[in-house]
Design a protein around this ligand. Sequence first.
Ligand code: DAH
Length: 358
Amino acid sequence: MSDIQALERQILDAIASAADEAALEAVRVSVLGKKGSVSELLKSLGGMTPDERKSNGPLFNGLRDRATAAIAARKTALEEGALNARLTFERVDISLPVRPEPVGSVHPVSQVLDEVTAIFADLGFAVAEGPDVEFDDYNFTKLNIPPDHPARQMHDTFYVAKQADGSQHVLRTHTSPVQVRTMLQQKPPIRIISPGRTYRVDSDATHSPMFHQFEGLVIDEVTHLGHLKWTLEEFCKAFFEVDKVEMRARPSFFPFTEPSVEWDLRCDRSGGQIKFGQGNDWLELAGSGMVHPRVLELCGIDSKRYQGYAFGGGIDRLAMLKYGIPDIRSFFESDLRWLRHYGFAALDLPTLDGGLSR
Ligand code: DAH
């Protein structure tokens, strides 16, 4: 075997037995580095006669090319090996049980927001959202409550300082402006549910300056109060987890609906507990009505062709009723003992088939 062949064997052996990328790099430097064995050979070509160079040149260059290729191949193999080892080592066993100790819980208001959303989603409603800081125009004017209308006094509004352009914003006093936003953006048929935060200057055991409402809106060519009643009934059955409910309609007034109806739910409060679908008490459930044609027109919808119904109610009140919470203010006190008592397991998302409140 010539010296060159012996050197090649030695180099290829060293490459093959390099156990990791650092060892391989050391081999590369010793072969192809400035003072590497093959580099020295190539340098020696300069001192040779033209004939020697002619015969040795291809030999040395061939050796360099094969060494370079072998190092590259070994590098790829080592990288793959390292990756596979990491993948095996870092594997997560998703079949392990979740941590048994309590790691936080879902606030009852969030739970009820999720329950309401799940029920209406199941009825085919899409979820719509709007901002807490709302245009006065959307909160009031486009809902047929013009400036100076007495209905504005019913809402104890938090006003935001006027903008430079003179426009007025408010903290939304109800979730009804989401109706406006939806109608301005979408063409009928519309079917949305919008749960969210609302604000009014009010605070006692049953009122909080920040509270939560849900708003429903359906716009189509044929809609009537019967659809509205059925929708609310189905909602109540699912929400209160009873087979049967009885609702009572009371004529009412809201500027954005005509006619306007408030709904009460038959319940039984005897024995310190509240039961639905029986008894002689009535519980206020939601305001509602057929969307006022003027509201449709203000929101760019042809009131000759379309009509619809809307409804809205308080989420916090629903949570208080369903989970027996006496004071609305305790929702917002962030008392850990209270949250642990009333909170819900973080991984149990409410669904209709899985159970709303396990
Ligand atoms: N926005 C009303 C309130 O805050 C509730 C309401 C009443 C909503 C009637 C509606 C409706 O969509 O049709 O008191």
